[in-house]
Design a protein around this ligand. Structure first.
Ligand code: NAG
Ligand code: NAG
Ligand code: NAG
Ligand code: NAG
Ligand code: NAG
Ligand code: NAG
Ligand code: NAG
Length: 429
C-alpha cells in the first residue's frame, strides 16, 4: 500500500506540474485534465490508457433559447440518491445496490438535470429507499427525502435559469405525504403546475416561459391518483419510455416499459431513454454508457416515431470510454434544437438542419469546447448512420486514441497506471 500511495503522489505531482490535458488525451488523474473533464478508462483492457473524458453535457438552453421544453434533452440519473459509500441515516449498514458516485449537489453541478427518486413511507417520514418485498428497512433506507429536495432547492435558487425534472418512483401512501415534503423543502415556489403540461402531444411551454415564471421544477409520480389528489403529474400521461433494466439493453430493439404507452405514441410529448442493467455495475457501466448507449438511442429514436429522447437515464453517469452520456445528450440536443449532430453546431436563429460548414471541416483536433462537434463533424451528416458502419467506428476510435497514446506509449506498460486505474474505478471510498 505504501508503494502504491508513493507512486500515486509522485504521479499526481508530476502531472499537476505540467499543463492541463485536453479531452481525448491520456492522463493519470483528474487534476491532470482540463476542467470539466475526468481521467478515466474502462477497466479490463490494459492496452487502453486512461484519457480525459467529458462528464458534463453542453448546456443547450445557454446555446439556444425560445424552444418548448420538449425540444431539449436532459441527462438523468437512475436511482440518483443511491450513492456509493453512502451510509444509511438510520445508522444501519446499507444492503442495497448503489447506482451513482456523486451526491445530488455534485450531480447537478455536473449538468445532471433529471433525478429518479424512490420514495417510501418510513419512520413517520418519507425516505429515499430501496424495497425488500415492497418495504423499506433500515438496511435499505438511504436518507429522508427532504434532505435531497433541499439540495435541489439550493441549486434552483442559485441557478435561476436551470430547470430540473424529478421522477418519483412513488410508494408513498401517507396523506399528502409528498406535498408536505415538497412544501417543507421550499421547492413549492418552483413548482411547474400540471395544468400547463400538455397531454395531447402538443408542445410544452418554452423554457423561457418556465424560467420567467420561475416554474423550473417538473415533478412526475408513478401513482396516477396523485394527479387529481395532489396535483402531481402522472408520468405516463406525459411521456413514453423504453423498458428499463437488462431487458431494455438488447441492441436493435426498443420495447416500451409495461406502464408506458407504445414508444411511438405521439400524444405523449416527452420521450425517456432508460439504459442501465438490472444490477448496477460500476465496471460494466463504462461500456454500457459508451457505444451501446448511442446505438440504443438511435434504435429508440426510430421506435419512438423519429423522436430523440428528452431524458437519458443511466447509472454512473460519469463512466464511459469518452463519448458517453454527455455526448449522447449533446447529440440528442443537436437534433432536437437545430437538426444537427451536436448542440455545438446550433446557433440562435439558424434554419433547422442548416448545420453549416463545420460538417466539411478537416480532421479534428481535440479541444475541450470543439471536440465533440469536430468528432461529429468528421463523421459528417450521418453520425447516426456512420456510427453503425465500420468506417464510423474506426474514425471514432481513431480520434479517441488520438495523439496522446503515441506520446505516452511508455505508460501503457506501466504498473503505476494499472494501479491508478484500478484505484480510480473504486474512487468512492
Ligand atoms: C483493448 O483495446 C484495443 C484498442 O481499442 C483493442 O484493439 C483490443 O481488442 C481490446 N482488448 C480487449 C480484451 O478488449
Ligand atoms: C432503525 O433505525 C432507527 C433510527 O432511524 C432506530 O431507531 C431503530 O431502532 C432501527 N431499527 C432496527 C431494527 O435496527
Ligand atoms: C392540446 O391541448 C392544449 C391545452 O393543453 C390545447 O391548447 C391544444 O389546442 C390541444 N391540441 C390539440 C391538437 O388538441
Ligand atoms: C407504433 O408501433 C407499433 C409497434 O409497437 C406498431 O404496430 C404501430 O404500427 C406503430 N404505429 C405507428 C403510427 O407508427
Ligand atoms: C447494434 O446492432 C447493430 C446491428 O443491428 C450493429 O451494427 C451495431 O454495431 C450494434 N451496436 C452495438 C454497440 O453492439
Ligand atoms: C512508469 O511511469 C513512471 C512515471 O509515473 C516513470 O517514471 C517510469 O519510468 C515508468 N515506467 C515504465 C516501465 O515505463
Ligand atoms: C512490459 O514490461 C515487462 C518488463 O517490465 C515485459 O516483460 C513485458 O513484455 C512488457 N509488456 C508489454 C506489453 O510491452
Amino acid at each position: 500500500m505504501n508503494v502504491f500511495y508513493a507512486t500515486l503522489f509522485a504521479a499526481t505531482f508530476l502531472f499537476t506540474c505540467s499543463s492541463a490535458i485536453k479531452e481525448g488525451e491520456t492522463c493519470v488523474n483528474d487534476k491532470s485534465c482540463d476542467s470539466g473533464l475526468q481521467c478515466g478508462t474502462c477497466t479490463g483492457n490494459v492496452t487502453v490508457p486512461p484519457r480525459c473524458i467529458r462528464i458534463r453535457p453542453h448546456e443547450p438552453v445557454r446555446k439556444v433559447r425560445g424552444l418548448p421544453f420538449n425540444r431539449y434533452s436532459w441527462l438523468m440519473t437512475h436511482n440518483s440518491f443511491a450513492r456509493m459509500g453512502h451510509k444509511s441515516d438510520t445508522g444501519a449498514v446499507l444492503l442495497a445496490p448503489m447506482n451513482q458516485q456523486d451526491s445530488i449537489t455534485v450531480q447537478l453541478e455536473n449538468g445532471v438535470r433529471g433525478l429518479m427518486l424512490d420514495m417510501y413511507d418510513f419512520e413517520d417520514d418519507i425516505w429515499l429507499c430501496h424495497s425488500f418485498h415492497g418495504r423499506c428497512f433500515n438496511y435499505t433506507a438511504f436518507q429522508p427525502a427532504i434532505n435531497v429536495l433541499k439540495e435541489v432547492q439550493d441549486f434552483l435558487e442559485a441557478n435561476p435559469t436551470e430547470i430540473i425534472t424529478i421522477i418519483i418512483e412513488d410508494y408513498v401512501t401517507s396523506q399528502s405525504g409528498l406535498t408536505k415534503i415538497f412544501k417543507a423543502s421550499g421547492l413549492g415556489k418552483f413548482w411547474f403546475p400540471v395544468s400547463r403540461m400538455p397531454n395531447n402531444g402538443s408542445n410544452w411551454p418554452t423554457v423561457d416561459a418556465m424560467i420567467e415564471d420561475n416554474q423550473r421544477l417538473v415533478v412526475f409520480t408513478t401513482k396516477s391518483s396523485k394527479e387529481a389528489s395532489e396535483g402531481i403529474a402522472y408520468v405516463w400521461r406525459y411521456l413514453v419510455e423504453n423498458q428499463y433494466g437488462s431487458d431494455g439493453m438488447k441492441n436493435g430493439s426498443c420495447p416500451n416499459r409495461a406502464e408506458s404507452a407504445a414508444m411511438n405514441t405521439t400524444s405523449r410529448s416527452l420521450v425517456l431513454l432508460n439504459h442501465f442493467p438490472d444490477t448496477p455495475d460500476l465496471i460494466e457501466a463504462c461500456k454500457h454508457n459508451s457505444a451501446p448507449l448511442i446505438a440504443m438511442m438511435n434504435t429508440c429514436h426510430d421506435a419512438a416515431g423519429n423522436r430523440w429522447p428528452n431524458f437519458i437515464s443511466v447509472d454512473f453517469y460519469k463512466r464511459s470510454e469518452g463519448e458517453g452520456p454527455p455526448a449522447a445528450i449533446d447529440l440528442a440536443n443537436g437534433q432536437l434544437v437545430c437538426g444537427c449532430n451536436n448542440i455545438d453546431l446550433c446557433k440562435p436563429k439558424m434554419a433547422f438542419g442548416d448545420c453549416g460548414s463545420l460538417e466539411d471541416s478537416p480532421a479534428p483536433t481535440p479541444t475541450i469546447e470543439a471536440s465533440t462537434s469536430t468528432t461529429a463533424a468528421a463523421m459528417g451528416r450521418g453520425y447516426k448512420n456512420s456510427f453503425a458502419d465500420s468506417d464510423g467506428q474506426r474514425l471514432r476510435f481513431g480520434w479517441l486514441l488520438g495523439t496522446g497514446v503515441k506520446k505516452d506509449a511508455s505508460f501503457t506498460n506501466n504498473t503505476t497506471i494499472i494501479l491508478l486505474r484500478d484505484w480510480r474505478a473504486y474512487d468512492y471510498f
